[in-house]
Write a protein that binds this ligand. Structure first.
Ligand code: ZN
Ligand code: ZN
Length: 391
């Protein structure tokens, strides 16, 4: 199998730690984006910057095949105070690469350099470095700037590290893989009053409590037990004092599903429950529904191809053909709605291994052993999908 030399691995481990030390929040990835663009340019890629703000595309054409593929890495960090204890701890207090996007960027750059100097592929390689995966929808912003019109791709791929899987394990899944993620705010309006005279008020606290309980029946009594879904009330705000009935209350909901139809039906059920519950208590409910990321659906054919590449180049125990669904979400889902492709996980470590700490935790760190593994996978994928001997 083609892989990076030890020397090259060290170079990209150092680069990963440099990016880790200088994390940048969504749409603010100026240093990271400039670094990516400068490297790609130096290796001979045609570089386009400024897509979706700080997004970068590096394009490399070889041979005369019209086939084109896209590989995506994300670049943004999170608003978390780092407590990893690493020598390369963030120098921006309160900003941290707690999801390993520093590693995703470094793995793709490592593959980029190798493919530019030694790649014998035939076709067009588009490397997509996107901003703002963490809630900002950077993928959508890049598409709004014409990503796939300017850089057409027959298939697209992305890789995310995942603690809980052994380091370097490559985990594939065909079909729905990551959840949709929607946000809802319920505001209740009643009539405030004295806590001693509830009959003169319309109490939003009791209505809110009842709505929170009623929402527990959406998943348990409304959704097919074979279909995963989540309704979480993550915040309840009402009142200040023990003897005052407040005039309004607010609930914040997070709603997830792994099937577009379940997603729609959960939304409809929540809307009904909130309205009918509020009516029964004589309060008025306003519901502000904000759709977030879509369900991430891996294309069956492209996943089969991506899996076959892993099976041909890695030992069997390192490859999982059909991993679990996750209730996290990912805006690569929107790219997959436009172009068929597949999103895989690379194990960051499990048990006592370094890298076992979950993403979004202040103690998390990307496992640098994956620089070699992840880049080797990207190189193998490009070699197979854009093979010069491809029919
Ligand atoms: Zn994340
Ligand atoms: Zn992430």
């Amino acid at each position: 199998m083609e892989r990076l030399s030890d020397f090259a691995v060290q170079e990209f481990v150092a680069l990963r730690r440099d990016i880790h030390r200088h994390p940048e929040l969504a749409f603010d990835e100026h240093r990271t984006s400039a670094l990516v663009a400068q490297k790609l340019q130096a290796w001979g890629y045609a570089v386009t910057t400024g897509l979706g703000g700080t997004g970068v595309v590096g394009q490399l054409r070889r041979g005369n095949s019209r086939r084109a593929i896209g590989l995506r890495a994300d670049m943004d960090a999170l608003p978390i105070v780092e407590d990893s204890g690493a020598d390369w701890t963030s120098c921006h207090h309160g900003v941290m690469h707690a999801c390993g996007h520093d590693g995703h960027t470094a793995m793709l750059l490592a593959a980029a350099q190798h493919l530019a100097t030694r790649g014998t592929f035939d076709g067009t390689l588009n490397l997509i470095f996107q901003p703002a995966e963490e809630g900002g929808g950077g993928a959508v912003k890049m598409m709004e700037d014409g990503l796939f019109e300017r850089f057409p791709c027959d298939a697209i791929f992305a890789m995310h590290n995942m603690p809980g899987f052994a380091q370097g394990q490559l985990v594939f899944r065909s079909g729905p893989t990551m959840a949709s993620s929607d946000y809802a705010t319920v505001t209740l309006h009643g009539v405030g009053g004295h806590g001693a005279m509830p009959h003169k008020a319309t109490d939003v606290v009791v209505a809110a409590a009842s709505i929170v309980m009623a929402l527990q029946t959406v998943v348990s009594r409304h959704v097919d037990p074979m279909q995963p879904a989540v309704v979480t009330v993550g915040a309840v705000h009402a009142g200040q004092a023990n003897n005052v009935i407040p005039a309004s209350a607010r609930l914040e909901l997070s709603v997830r599903a792994l099937d577009p139809q379940v997603r729609r039906s959960v939304e409809q059920r929540i809307r009904e429950l909130v309205r009918l519950q509020a009516d029964s208590f004589g309060v008025r409910a306003e519901l502000d529904w904000r759709p977030g990321y879509a369900v991430l659906v891996n294309d069956a054919r492209q996943t089969e191809l991506a899996l076959a590449v892993a099976q041909a180049h890695f030992p069997p125990e390192q490859v999982v053909a059909q991993g679990p669904m996750l209730t996290g979400s990912e805006d690569f889902a929107f790219m997959l709605e436009r172009v068929p492709g597949s999103y895989l996980f690379i194990g960051n470590g499990t048990g006592q291994e370094p890298g076992a700490c979950m993403v979004h935790n202040p103690a998390y760190d990307f496992n640098d052993h994956n620089i070699a593994t992840g880049s080797a996978y990207w190189i193998a994928l490009v070699g197979e999908l854009l093979s010069p001997t491809h029919p």
